[in-house]
Design a protein around this ligand. Structure first.
Ligand code: ADP
Ligand code: MG
Ligand code: MG
Ligand code: MG
Length: 353
């Protein structure tokens, strides 16, 4: 966990770093005189640089020892890059079609060099907000989840392999703790980090806080370690074109319940669904835009602050969409035992709509 030798890179020092790193310079065809470097990290945590030369490209992602969007006042171990790199490699071995190749990893610098997903790849969340249909997405993401989750679970592995891996990923505890805080704790209590569409949803937020039946279900859902989960599998961690589906950003990877990944992804699709009314306009009422994946285990939809809703400019309209999503999420958590499969969840959504 050496921090000696660590230094945050910028566009300029990155060039020197690349020159001294054969596994990266070779990706640029060793043509280092005319490099283009662009920082594109729209994420909350890290710095992401696209590097290209006339004969090649890659992405360099560096974790700094704090949370980017908050600053140095919120320290966060830069070791997360190590767990992201290990998971990219492990998930990539299990599902090469949907996970990026890692070209280089430097643990001291917390820097990953990986395949650049060129345009027209965009973040899935943005595609969903724009109302684009992805007919192959359900099958592809299901394949990703099925392969990465099953093959890292105890039913597939030996006890020795599994326990060794679980022990190693216990090292990513800071990130796991953050997830537990923002997903399983903050929504249910008074917290300075929580945001909502105020004053419209003030009452709804208070009702969640006082809902003991709901809190009991959440406590139960915070269950045991099963498989090497991605840990942050929302629609902002998937990049897509009409025929490509690529999963990025597994820095929250941990041995946790499979339902956490499956539920986070399905939950984000449900959020995108409830946001559609807010994006409807005269040209497109978005009524035909329906998308669901054939998977089980409905899970939590948290009171998250997501672009799907954030991008609805009319505040009252946004709050209505958010409230419907929230009511649905509460129902899904409390009555989840009644649902036998995703088809029943989809019918329930349509009924509520
Ligand atoms: P963070 O951990 O900070 O959320 P991400 O890994 O999600 O960082 O990356 C932030 C953004 O950078 C993504 O939303 C995407 O737009 C872009 N990005 C990340 N990795 C790649 C890649 N391999 N190819 C192209 N764009 C990428
Ligand atoms: Mg991200
Ligand atoms: Mg992002
Ligand atoms: Mg991330």
């Amino acid at each position: 966990m050496a921090s000696e030798g660590f230094r945050p890179l910028d566009e300029k020092s990155l060039v020197e770093y690349i020159k001294a790193t054969p596994s990266l310079s070779s990706k640029l065809g060793n043509e280092l005189d005319d490099l283009q470097i662009k920082e594109v990290g729209d994420g909350n945590l890290n710095f992401v640089y696209i590097v290209s030369s006339p004969s090649g490209s890659f992405v360099a992602k560096q974790a700094l020892p704090y949370i980017r969007c908050i600053g140095e006042s919120w320290p966060m171990t830069k070791e997360r890059a190590y767990f992201e790199a290990v998971t990219l490699k492990e998930h990539g071995r299990l599902c090469p079609g949907h996970v990026l190749e890692v070209y280089h990893f430097d643990r001291v610098m917390s820097l990953i060099g990986m395949h650049y997903l060129e345009p027209p790849h965009i973040i899935l969340r943005k595609g969903l907000i724009a109302g684009i249909e992805y007919p192959l997405l359900a099958e592809r993401i299901s394949e990703y989840m099925a392969r990465t989750l099953f093959f890292t679970s105890l039913p597939h592995r030996t006890t020795m392999e599994h326990k060794r891996a679980v022990a190693e990923f216990c090292g990513n505890v800071e990130l796991c703790r953050l997830t537990e805080q923002v997903v399983f704790s903050d929504p249910y209590k008074v917290s300075p980090h929580k945001r909502w569409t105020s004053p419209y949803l003030d009452h709804d937020v208070e009702a969640v806080r006082e809902d003991n039946a709901l809190k009991l279900e959440v406590a139960e859902l915070k269950s045991m370690a099963q498989a090497l989960i991605h840990g942050d599998l929302h629609t902002g961690s998937v990049m897509v074109t009409s025929d490509s589906t690529q999963v990025i950003d597994p820095e929250f990877a941990f041995y946790g319940p499979m339902g956490f990944d499956i539920g986070a992804f399905v939950g984000n699709l449900i959020l995108a669904f409830f946001a559609q009314d807010g994006h409807a306009d005269q040209e497109n009422d978005r009524k035909g835009y329906r998308f669901f994946i054939p998977t089980k285990e409905p899970r939590i939809v948290e009171v998250a602050h997501v672009e799907d809703f954030e991008s609805i400019t009319d505040t009252g309209n946004r709050a209505d969409c958010e409230r419907r999503a929230l009511d649905f999420a509460k129902m899904l958590m409390k009555e989840r035992r009644k649902f036998q499969g995703i088809a029943e969840v989809v019918s329930a959504i349509h009924e509520l709509h």
